[in-house]
Structures are given as C-alpha cells and as structure tokens.
Design a protein around this ligand. Sequence first.
Ligand SMILES: Cc1cc2nc3c(=O)[nH]c(=O)nc-3n(C[C@H](O)[C@H](O)[C@H](O)COP(=O)(O)OP(=O)(O)OC[C@H]3O[C@@H](n4cnc5c(N)ncnc54)[C@H](O)[C@@H]3O)c2cc1C
Length: 578
Amino acid sequence: MLIDFKLEKLSGHATSGKVGKILKKVNDKVAIGDEILNIESKKGNVSVSSNVSGIIKSIEVNTGDTVKKGDVLAKVEGEQGATANTNSPKKPSNSGAGFNYMGGLMKPKKEDIDIDITIIGAGPGGYVAAIKAAQLGAKVALIEKENIGGTCLNWGCIPTKAFVRSASVFKDLKEADSYGLSAENVSVDINNVVNRKNEIVAQLVGGIEFLIEKNNISLFRGHAELIDSNTVFVKHGNKETTIHTKDMILATGSKSSTVPIKGVDSENVITSNEILNIKSMPKSLVIIGGGVIGMEFAFIFKNLGVDVTVVEFANSILEALDDDISSEIASVAEEKGIKVYSSSKVTEILDTENKEKIVVFSKDEKKHYVTGDKVLLAVGRQPNMDGLDLQKLGIDLNDRGRGIKVNEKMQTNIPNIYAIGDVTNIIQLAHVASHQGIVAVENILGHDATMNYDVVPSAVFTDPEIGVVGLSEKEAKKQNIKISTGVFPFEANGKALTLGESRGFAKIIKDKNTNKILGASIVGPHATDLIHELALAVKNGLKDVDIIETIHAHPTTSESIHEAALASTSLGAIHFSE
Ligand SMILES: Cc1cc2nc3c(=O)[nH]c(=O)nc-3n(C[C@H](O)[C@H](O)[C@H](O)COP(=O)(O)OP(=O)(O)OC[C@H]3O[C@@H](n4cnc5c(N)ncnc54)[C@H](O)[C@@H]3O)c2cc1C
C-alpha cells in the first residue's frame, strides 16, 4: 500500500516553512518515529518524523522548497495499519528549537457534542457559511478533510492567479524593448514560481484559520460521515466525534472530471492540481479542453514560453460566452502561437519511444495527432459526493445524478439539510459558493433569503482578461428578448494604450425599449475588475443614461464602460467612430 506521508504540523502558528536537511533517501527503510527531514519556519524548526513504517518510494520535496500543512513530503510503501496518528504535538526534539510531533498508537478518544449548524467542507462555500453563522450567534462546527480554503484557495482561483501573474511579468520582461527598456537573460524558474504560489496560498489559508478560531468555530480536520439528518461522525487525529446537530450544510465541492479514453491514466497526463505543483517546465503542453480552466492554463504556459496546443470538443473555445468574446480570445491565442483545434474529439493518448505524449483526436472525420511533454486534462469538474452516502438519508440529486438538488433557499428535500457551492452544480464559482453559503445560513437562522443567479459576474483570466455579467447576446436570442448593444474598443482607450494592452472591447447589452442595462461582456485590460460597475447597474435596474451621466476618471480603462454606454445610444461614442 503506497501511503502519502504528509506534513501535519509546523512550529507555533506558522503556516508554511522551508524544507531543511533531508535525512532519508528513496528505498530507505523507515520505522514509525524515524526522523525524515527538518522544516524551518520563522516561528522555529520542526523535526519531522515518520508516522509510517515501510520503504520510502519517493521524496516529494527538495531542500529549500516551501511547504505547508497537508503537503505530501514522501510516499512510503507500507503495510495496512502501518501508520500512527500525527496530529498531536510531542516532546521537544533534542535540537532544542523544534519539536518532534510523532504521535503514539493510542486508542481513539470518543466524544459527543451538540451543535446548531454543522458544515461539511471548508472551501469558499463552507468557511464563509461558518463565519456568517458564527457572526449571527450560532454554535458552529466546520469539518474539513484536506485543506482549509478548499479548491479555490489551494488548487483553483488563487494558485492559478499567482501563476497568471508570474507568467505576465515574464512576458512583459521578454517584451521590455516595446516599453523602451531592456532586460536580458530573463528565464523562468518554475520551482520558484510554485514556491511563490505556495507562500500566497499559505498566507491566505492562515488568515482563514485565524478567522475560524476568532469566531469560535469548532474545526474538525477529518472526513465527515453522515449518520442521519441530525448526526455527523468525524474521526480526526486520535479522536472520534459524534456531532448532534440541528441543521447541516453540505459544502463538499467538486473534483476534476476525466474522459473514458485509452491512456488517460498514463504518466504525464495531469490535472490542474498537479500542474500547479509542477517540478520542471515542459517544453510542450497539450491541453484537452478549451473551457475557462483550459484557456487560463493555455495563456499561462504560453506566456511562460511553452509550446501550447488546445484540443476542444465544442465548436469554439470558451463556448459558453458570446461569439465575439470567444473569437477575440481565439484570435489573440492564434497570434501568440497557441494552436487551437476545435470541433475535435480526443480518442486516445499514446506514448512515443522517448516518453512524449501523443494525443489522438478526430476532426472532420480524419484522425489527427499532436504531441507534448505533458497533457493537461481540463474537461470540467464534477460534484464531490464521495463517501457522503446521500442515498441512505434520501437526499435528492439533480437530473442525471449530477449534484445535490436544492431549492432557491439552498435547502435539500430534507428540511434541515442544505447544500451549497460546487456540489450543487449550479454555477461552479467561488463567489457563488460563498453567496449560497450566506443564503443557507440566513434561512437556517430564520431570515428569508433566496438565491438569484441573474447577476453573477464571472472572471476569466486569459490574456486579455474577460469579465461578463447578466444577460449575454446568446441568451437574449434564446429567450427572444429585444436588445441593443453598445461596443467600445480598447484600442481607442488612452490608458489601455499606455499599458500596452489594447486588444478587446467593452460591450453593454440593454433592453431595446426601456434602455435598462441587462448585461455586459468585457474582454481587455482589467476586465475582471471593470465588470463590477456593470454588475451594480444590472442588479439595480440602471439605464444607459445612469452610466453616461456618471463622470469616469481619465485616464482609466473604466472610460471604456462610459463610452460603451454612449455607443449604445443613437449619438454613439465620443472617442470612437467606425
Ligand atoms: C484550476 C481552477 C481555477 C479556478 N479559478 C476560479 C476563479 O478564478 N474564480 C472562481 O470564482 N472560481 C474558480 N474556480 C472554481 C472554484 O475553485 C470553486 O467554484 C470553489 O472552490 C467551490 O467552492 P466550494 O466551497 O463549493 O468547494 P471546494 O472549494 O471544492 O471545497 C470543498 C471542500 O470540502 C472538503 N470535503 C469534501 N468532502 C468532505 C468530507 N466528507 N468531509 C470533510 N471535508 C470534505 C474538500 O476537501 C474541500 O476542501 C477554479 C477552479 C479550478 C479547479
């Protein structure tokens, strides 16, 4: 049995540390209690001992790497029952500065507690719900089996955006001459890119842990099991807790989907989780899936200098967006040298003699082959309902069993059980999960809150960025809503030119008769921030004139919104004419 040997504790409240001396090597035999490595952090040093007996099969870290709690340090081939609990700090090590935290093989302690609201999963859905419930005076238990912050903080929103930033700094340095500068010998050190990402994640996770503690939320680190609609069981460290709860919120998130094709489980076929901890730069990367996650990684790795190919099943990349937005991104991708194959069905993944991957796909009834050092699977995410035994409780699922079914109050068919976030599979975004969490908590505590998905901004961190909110042109057509649009290109915006980022446009969609703003799409610099002015407009039923009469500062990219509102009228924009 291959066991992940994870970092369970750091000194004091440290959230991350650096790997110091590694005392063991691959194929060494280890017994429980053997020292494997040292971790140095600002708060002191920790000597890390094995909680496993067996043979070390791989060491997953290098001296100097930044690591945080929960990171896998080594993989050990052990026997069933070859692990000991590690959650309790132990006696100080003889180095004086640190401590050895190897736990004993003690009998689990059992306890029963009474709680108002038990929340399973501490992602942006669960932890926000927990804080809100505690603020409103409820006694709250929060259970997390892996990392506080869930997918978003550890493997999603934040890590990807740290990569986006590293990639964009690298790109700017490579293009320094276009800004009148010179930068020579610029190169990527992917280990440091990953380390920077880890430090940002650790800082944010530490912040959430602080808030959980500050709000007196009882945090349990373990896998939650549902016993009945008022009872949850969690084994954490050397304890087994039975929680008797009035209400419950399921916030167990999602996991990467896969495709049932030959070779999908082979070496160097990876998911977003793995690529965010990549140890060496691939020369070439094939991405299966041209949706949001796939396209964000396509631009990240292209900007880092990797040869990128995207294979997408749908007729275009970012198919859910309006055609003008996805085709603008497709043409920037092409200019940058990202190869995109749409309407293409991947059929198998093979290996060349020298371990390169061959992705085979069919397009126009012909077989095509593309090669890469690594293949990234970005084919969507599925609700994570593993081990919850929802059937036992009679909890209804969505159509085709994809996600937990909820009403607009986030309540399942069992009145005291609510579900929020990706596990409901309604809109898989962090801010939606958080908002759903607040709605669930307010309903549990006797307020009357409902979830409305008409005004959900979404942000896509391609290069250039995309921000969309409210009604799209595609949706208006489907629903037969009469609209008119106003479009303003960033090439006519002074700030965009100074930034050297003049691709894209801002588009406002308004009701043709009432002039009320119904939606907007922006592709261009700062689009993910700019979209919120329009979210406020849509939410509050504002009209084009409300934006037109609002003075926008010069020179800013937000002037593009002012101009798009002008462009939606018969007089047209001031600073642009076709
Ligand atoms: C690569 C990538 C990039 C992304 N970028 C963005 C972005 O830029 N913006 C955005 O809005 N969204 C983004 N997302 C989506 C976002 O991460 C999710 O929508 C969000 O994390 C969902 O929150 P959640 O709380 O529902 O679930 P999660 O964040 O998945 O958290 C669920 C938690 O529940 C825990 N859990 C599950 N089962 C149990 C159990 N039985 N017992 C105890 N704990 C359990 C899990 O360990 C996990 O920590 C991205 C996702 C990915 C993969």
